[in-house]
Write a protein that binds this ligand. Sequence first.
Ligand code: ADP
Ligand code: DP6
Length: 192
Amino acid sequence: MAVPRLVLIFSGKRKSGKDYITERLRASLGGDVCAILRLSGPLKQQFALERGLDFERLLDASEYKERYRADMIRWGEEKRRADPGFFCRLIVAGVTQPVWIISDARRRSDVDWFLEAYGAVVQTVRVEASMESRRSRGWVYAPEVDDAESECGLDTGVTFDWIITNDRDEASLDEQLLKLKAFTLSKLTLPV
Ligand SMILES: Nc1ncnc2c1ncn2[C@@H]1O[C@H](COP(=O)(O)OP(=O)(O)O)[C@@H](O)[C@H]1O
Ligand SMILES: C[C@@](O)(CCOP(=O)(O)OP(=O)(O)O)CC(=O)O
């Protein structure tokens, strides 16, 4: 299995901007350097297959995804209960880029699995946005989702290496992303 030089584990609430920020980071590092790995990828794929749903439509920031989210959470939790590393192992298989971005850690078991496997090169990144910002991006409170482990599992207990604030201030976001990019590049120039 390929050994990464850096594993950035992103977490954050719905509509905090995890997908937006991780895509920007990948774009600025380049696809040959950086891979975005989504724990929800194989989860959504298998869930869609079992339920006869449209996998593609579960991927973007759509109302379709939100309609099935509570069910997907329950389904994924059952899988993780049986095997906490189930989705983690699936997403790292065959990745060749030196920088991995895990875009959607939600539970201690996700973070612990990566720390155990790649601890020396892991950095945890929290994306934070105000409720107002999240609302402006379409977030509406949903019981069984926003109060569940899927959204709250990493609210406490992890000391994040990076906290990115993603509200309205574009210049501030640019600056924060530049710092993270510079750190990432510094890891790539060190000898193995
Ligand atoms: N800083 C930003 N500037 C412009 N649009 C943003 C920004 N952050 C997030 N968005 C948009 O808000 C929506 C939700 O963001 P997303 O990255 O999907 O959140 P999450 O993955 O955390 O649920 C998306 O349409 C995204 O493009
Ligand atoms: C069932 C899920 O994996 C669905 C996650 O879908 P996304 O990762 O697309 O969600 P956001 O980006 O936060 O909007 C959640 C889980 O508990 O595993």
